[in-house]
Design a protein around this ligand. Structure first.
Ligand SMILES: [Zn+2]
Ligand SMILES: [Zn+2]
Length: 219
C-alpha cells in the first residue's frame, strides 16, 4: 500500500450534515457504478451512524429504488465537493479506516528506502555503508533491493556492519544466509574472527578471547 502524496493526510474534513469529523478510509479499487477508479488512494467518509444523511437515506432509497441501502457522505482529498456513497449496511467502509499517522510513518519509511536504493549505486565511491545497512535491515523494503545490497558489505569492507546484522531478526532465511556467508569473509580479509563463545570480534590469531576469556585453542 503506497500513498504517493502524504500531505492530504493532514486534512480535516467535516461532514456538512452532522458536523462530525469524517474518517480517512482506503478507497475501494473500483468506483462501483461507472467502473472508474476514484483517482485517489483514500477518501474521507462520514461514518457517523447518527448522521442525518445516513439515517434518512434508508427511507428515501427504499421509497425510490425499493432496496435496502443508505448513503454515506464522502469527500475526496483536497476537495470539498460532495459525493454520496451508497452503502448496503452500516458496516460498509468501517473496515477500511486508515490511521493517517501510521500512513505518514509508512510514507517516511518508503521515502528512506527509495533514497537508499538511489544511494546504493554510489555507496562504494562514497564509502557509505548507511544505504546498504538500511536496505538489509528493513524488513519492509523490496526483497530484490535487499539482496542487491548484500554484496556491497564485502566491497565496503566495514566491520561496523556486523553487529547490526547479527542483532537483526531476519524474516527471510535467504537473506540471513547470504549475510552469514559474507560476514566470515569480511572478518577474514580483516584478519579477524568472531569468538565462538561471546561473538565479540577479535583478532584471528587470538588463542584466548580478550572479552570472555574463553580459550580458543581447540578449534
Ligand atoms: Zn455526517
Ligand atoms: Zn569471547
Amino acid at each position: 500500500m503506497l500513498y504517493s502524496d502524504p500531505t492530504y493526510l493532514d486534512e480535516i474534513h467535516t461532514c456538512p450534515y452532522c458536523k462530525e469529523k469524517m474518517s480517512c478510509c482506503e478507497a475501494p479499487p473500483i468506483h462501483i457504478g461507472d467502473g472508474l477508479g476514484w483517482g485517489s488512494e483514500i477518501l474521507f467518509i462520514c461514518l457517523n451512524d447518527e448522521c442525518s444523511l445516513f439515517v434518512e437515506g434508508w427511507k428515501s432509497i427504499e421509497e425510490r429504488y425499493c432496496h435496502h441501502a443508505s448513503y454515506r457522505y464522502m469527500e475526496l482529498p483536497g476537495s470539498k465537493e460532495s459525493n454520496l456513497m451508497m452503502v448496503a449496511s452500516k458496516d460498509a467502509y468501517t473496515g477500511s479506516i486508515v490511521d493517517p499517522q501510521a500512513l505518514k510513518k509508512q510514507n517516511e519509511r518508503y521515502r528512506k528506502e527509495q533514497q537508499a536504493v538511489k544511494d546504493l549505486a554510489t555507496c562504494v565511491q562514497d564509502n557509505n555503508l548507511d544505504p546498504v545497512l538500511l536496505l538489509i535491515l528493513d524488513e519492509a523494503a523490496n526483497l530484490s533491493d535487499r539482496k542487491k545490497a548484500i554484496p556491497y558489505l564485502l566491497e565496503l569492507n566495514n566491520l561496523a556492519c556486523i553487529d547490526p546484522i547479527r542483532n537483526h531478526t531476519f524474516r527471510h532465511a535467504e537473506l540471513e544466509m547470504a549475510c552469514n556467508q559474507i560476514i566470515p569473509q569480511l572478518l577474514k580479509v580483516n584478519f579477524k574472527k568472531e569468538c565462538p563463545h561471546c561473538l565479540e570480534i577479535i583478532k584471528a590469531q587470538a588463542k584466548k578471547c580478550p572479552h570472555c576469556k574463553e580459550s580458543l585453542e581447540t578449534t
